[in-house]
Ligand binder design. Sequence first.
Ligand SMILES: Nc1ncnc2c1ncn2[C@@H]1O[C@H](COP(=O)(O)OP(=O)(O)OP(=O)(O)O)[C@@H](O)[C@H]1O
Ligand SMILES: [Mg+2]
Length: 245
Amino acid sequence: MIEIRDLRRVFGGVVALDGVTLSLGEGERRAVIGPNGAGKTTLINALAGETTPTGGTIRLGGQDITRLRPWQRARLGLAHVFQRTELFAPLSARDNVALAVAARRGPYRLFRAVPRAEYAEAAAVLERVGLAGREGVAARALSHGERRQLELAVALAQRPHVLLLDEPTAGMSPLETARITELIAGLDRALTILIVEHDMDVVFRLADRVTVLHEGRVIADGTAADVRGDVRVHDVYLGKAVTVA
Ligand SMILES: Nc1ncnc2c1ncn2[C@@H]1O[C@H](COP(=O)(O)OP(=O)(O)OP(=O)(O)O)[C@@H](O)[C@H]1O
Ligand SMILES: [Mg+2]
């Protein structure tokens, strides 16, 4: 589904991605972990088209998408939840999702009033992410955790084939984290998911495989059990973050 080959991204003198090669099968759930500054967000942004790689290629379902704009990738079924909030702050939760539904159905619809069908679909998606009863609240008036739920709703409203999640649980309470983790776990198994996450409980609950980035390079890649047992991973990351059973 996704094939990343020798991906590089340099910002001035900083090598954020230093030759990352990675592939994800259809329906795979992959976590990318690594310390702050490892290049995780740069990798996700390169996949979504938010940043242009300095070198290397990205393929989606066999098609080279390395140079496509973000909206062209969205059309091909890629949805992205950013590390920082990207919502229409003054609009209600319902309007935020209805716009995503409308955009999926055809961009021209954005210039018309959003029809009833889009609102019905938005309500269903909002209920699915646990925001039933909050539809009319402006995005900026929602709690941090609710805004993350809303971002997931906006992504799901695009009916993606691939979902890119950059720290969806960051800043959430333990209860909100547990809720959103179970929600992601329950998504359609056909959906390919790439999740960047610091919370190891979330990683081991959701991921089939784990890739460890360090200074822009993949230093380990394997099943959750493989990665737990990898000495280099402990040195750079896991040992500091969690007690491994
Ligand atoms: N737009 C940018 N301009 C300059 N440097 C950048 C830019 N974006 C990222 N970097 C640098 O690239 C490196 C990788 O950053 P990135 O945000 O991908 O890390 P990350 O693994 O997502 O970290 P975190 O866990 O803190 O979110 C860092 O050294 C960062 O300072
Ligand atoms: Mg990041």
